[in-house]
Design a protein around this ligand. Structure first.
Ligand code: ZN
Length: 252
């Protein structure tokens, strides 16, 4: 970043309380990607930047550089995602979205990732879309944008465009017919509908991401496959995901 002030937009992926009344924020911006920002006095009563310094708040931010730190000067809140914030279960799922995004983004442009996250929060909190659907679509699309796109446009073994009894090998990142299963890997069963939904998620224009429907059992199969694919590809766990799954009212 150049010296002087810079105005950008961004959503807080993580907030860390530091000494006195400050916070260090991890913010996802369209131009700079993921950046650390010091919010001086954000925990002080009546702070003008308090609202913008909360997890999952999307704001217009005025930043300046001091020593090697990026400092938050002013903020104008654009979206608080109240529908998410006021629902304990949705907030925990959204916190996982933030942690997953943080783990998959670096410095640099995030022109596709930022709207993906904003739209996921809007789908959860405002459109009240099925959280199972939003989670699966968000995970698969974010992984694809981050270089982990599965080969899902047919059977990766025999080349058949419409795999029979399709399965997703979450380790190799390929779709294959049930009978084309090879040793090794870890394959989960899909259905034709769940595979079509996965292809929609991976290949549709961004604005159409949630324009697909599946019955509840198939949505659950898609959800299991998406989460298993994420876990196998990233080889790590997420504290926020563990928490979300622990507080779910039933086995979603
Ligand atoms: Zn095949």
């Amino acid at each position: 970043m150049q010296t002087g002030k810079l105005v950008t937009s961004g959503i807080v992926l993580r907030e860390t309380e530091t000494k006195e009344t400050d916070k260090i924020l991890t913010v996802l911006t369209p131009d700079l990607g993921k950046i650390a920002v010091i919010a001086r006095g954000a925990r002080r009563k009546n702070s003008r930047i308090a609202a913008a310094s909360q997890l999952l708040t999307y704001s217009e931010l005025t930043l300046y550089q001091r020593n090697n730190w990026c400092m938050l000067d002013e903020a104008s809140t654009r979206e608080l995602f109240d529908g998410v914030r006021q629902d304990f279960v949705l907030l925990s799922l959204a916190s996982y979205f933030a942690e997953l995004t943080e783990s998959l983004t670096d410095e640099g442009e995030a022109r596709e990732v930022l709207p993906l996250l904003l739209n996921a929060l809007y789908a959860l909190g405002t459109l009240k879309k099925d959280p199972v659907q939003v989670k699966a679509a968000f995970e698969l699309r974010l992984l694809a944008l981050s270089g982990f796109e599965p080969l899902a446009d047919g059977c990766a073994v025999c080349g058949c465009p419409e795999p029979e009894a399709p399965m997703l090998d979450v380790v190799r990142g390929i779709v294959h017919c049930g009978q084309c299963k090879e040793p090794g890997g870890l394959s989960l069963p899909l259905t034709n509908g769940a595979l079509a939904a996965m292809q929609h998620i991976l290949y549709c224009p961004p604005k159409k991401l949630y324009s697909f429907a599946l019955d509840a059992p198939q949505m659950r199969i898609l959800g299991h496959a998406a989460e298993a694919f994420m876990a196998a590809q990233l080889e790590r766990s997420f504290r926020t995901l563990d928490y979300y799954k622990a507080i779910l009212p039933d086995d979603l």
